[in-house]
Design a protein around this ligand. Sequence first.
Ligand SMILES: *[C@@H]1O[C@H](CO)[C@@H](O)[C@H](O)[C@H]1NC(C)=O
Ligand SMILES: *[C@@H]1O[C@H](CO)[C@@H](O)[C@H](O)[C@H]1NC(C)=O
Length: 334
Amino acid sequence: MYWSFIALALVAPSADALLRFACSQLVTERLDPLVNPGVAQSPHLHQVVGGNSFNISMDPNNDPSSLASCTSCTFSEDFSNYWTAVLYFRAQNGSFHRVPQIGNELFEQANGGVTVYYSPPNSGKAKVTAFKKGFRMLVGDTSCRNAACASKYRQLTYTCLQTPGTRTGETKDMPKKPCPAGIMANIRFPTCWDGTNLDSPDHKSHIAYPSSGTFESNGPCPSTHPAQVPQLFYETVWDTRKFNDKSLWPTDGSQPFVWSNGDPTGYGLHGDYVFGWKGDALQKAMDANCNINCPQLKSQQIPAGNKCTKPAIVNENIDGWIDELPGGMPITSS
Ligand SMILES: *[C@@H]1O[C@H](CO)[C@@H](O)[C@H](O)[C@H]1NC(C)=O
Ligand SMILES: *[C@@H]1O[C@H](CO)[C@@H](O)[C@H](O)[C@H]1NC(C)=O
């Protein structure tokens, strides 16, 4: 009895509280309702997950949870959209091929997409303000091509997967050697909010990083951005395995992968978020300090999430061997 009591105490809730769930691919297309609302098409290609109300424009006054009829995420009250750039392989002859995407090892059934995390500050021991209806944000800078530029965004990294479970050795630039189980891109958003603005002209100024330390070390929020919001974190796994043969790689010793925004360095990693949880479901989950599973939330199985897809608004050739990146996006290394 004594020992089982100890064991229970060791796994007391709130130790590592976080929501973690699969969101399968919804659509891959050149739209960006945050940065280029109303524009068909956006300059570069995105892969998008979440609610099927993703659209060319997403008016913040419209609630995705009432417009969408399905979500590709396993928490079925989450009609948010999460999107990133798309990885391409550049062959020696200059042709490009889209790198396929897979679910991470926890969610192998997922048809690619993003593993999404929402972590409350201080593992649920501090007050957390969940994102609200109309909230959106962007992290990273599509134009960054060097470490100094990328250093404004502390936690945008790559993991060179030796096995699907590798979680060490994050780098800020694209891995330089073949990664036997693929490349995982890790996008962690800032965790301090100004408490008022649901968005800002650059989609970034209403959020900030802790003024000292990090989210993980429970660093305090700056006085300008006092509200602690959950840490939103995307993991995307790019299945580079069929491009790992070094004889296919550039003869100058550089690595062959390039983001759809024309970035061969990796420093231009960025992610976008449009909130779309139903009602106060996310706040409830945060307040309940849910850890992975969350009985307070409605959920669906991964195969049901896989079924939620939507056609691209404008069809263009993004697969097979293509002569240029979608949209003719030029490659710039500085
Ligand atoms: C997308 O927006 C158009 C208007 O721009 C609208 O007609 C259409 O119903 C919207 N689609 C979805 C899935 O919300
Ligand atoms: C370019 O290289 C790839 C990979 O070797 C090959 O499959 C493709 O057919 C080539 N494309 C052209 C236009 O030669």
